[in-house]
Design a binder for this molecule. Sequence first.
Ligand code: IMP
Length: 445
Amino acid sequence: MPATVIVGAQWGDEGKGKIVDLLALDSDFVCRYQGGPNAGHTIVVDGETFKIRQIPSGVLRGKTCVIGAGCVVDPEVFLTEVDELESRGVSTGVVHLSGEAHLIMPWHVAIDQASERRLGKLQIGTTRRGIGPCYADKAARLGIRVQDLLEPKILRQKIEVALAEKNVWLERVYGVPPLALEEIAAQLESFAQRIRPYVSDTSLLVDQALREGREVLMEGAQGTLLDLDHGTYPFVTSSNTVAGNAATGIGIGPNRIDRVIGIAKAYVTRVGEGPFPTEIEGPDQERVRELGGEFGTVTGRERRCGWLDLVALRYAVRLNGITSLALTKLDVLSHFAELPVCVAYRLRDGSETYGPRVRRVRRGGARCRDFARRHRRGARERRRAALIEDQARPLTAHAFAPSVNAPSGSPSRRRHSSRNAARRSASSDKVYAPAGPTPAVNGSQ
Ligand code: IMP
């Protein structure tokens, strides 16, 4: 089975890094197909801790590493990681960077930060690394690509054209100081010299490896529910995180993918704003966070913690075509006597949805084998599971529209505003029903 995709089955931070590191031992290539320095892996090798954001973690095992065309690359972050790895004795000669990947420029970072500040309570809670603005320029065909670094004249020209426009945005729309052309051009030219040796035709490289029967791992960043098309829009990242995008992001045919391994935590976390049906109320949230060390690798932010959400997990299995599932961090839950699990979302018409095949579910998660088996035992446990299902109720279409109710403040405040907005918009009976018998309704209109 030479081509394997590793995909996050929740909202990211599922522990993909650990699994990739394990599977990398038997692989020849480790490739990233989307995202940029918004992702972060903490890998411990022989007692040494490495935090990497841009370069695939396979570099620590001496594997050929590919940053595919679907990625966005911050050249400064990339080179800082190169220096850090080299200074600790890890060779980066195995790293190949697609010439078609897009560059995160200083104005992308400035706009991401200014835009989040401006949105205030309506903010998405991005990592503020310029991801969204960079992908937006890519789609608008205004982006600067890694291959542009190879042509100093073209690079200079592209920076001039882009910056003239971006400075207008920065000054007039966001009210922040403009960026200096000469400074940026000089910095990029010096980065270009150092990045040049890493630039390759990565699509061809991976194709050749697969033809030779070599083992190729394609690792997704973030998670399924942060997918731009299929996630909890607009509280998502700006790329397609799902396994299908591995083919596009690397530049191989979809029929080359042999298996898809989903990674899920035994509970759920999410960073940033957006709906989160199983978010834990009360001190248990803090307990899970502390026990699981749930703080962002990139931003250091506290991760919101929730109980396992099987509706969302089934959705991820369906969307990605997951062939095997790795469950991480089970040990964290051993500190809890009771483990609520969400088995169904109750919709506004009173019906429940919990999976693509079975339409109805008894309250209390009686059909969920693993943790929820405990809930069969008594009414008290059943009430707790039902409580979790209840939390899913405000997930109407309108709960996703930031102009209506972008969550802010504490989890309970967020839930209330979500409920209020759902009430205000009672005219809509559209529901967000991932994994339900009907397809998910995108409620951002
Ligand atoms: P962006 O990718 O920085 O634009 O952030 C968009 C959303 O994705 C925010 O809610 C972030 O917190 C979230 N996000 C981005 N990268 C990660 C990640 O690696 N793990 C978890 N959440 C992430």
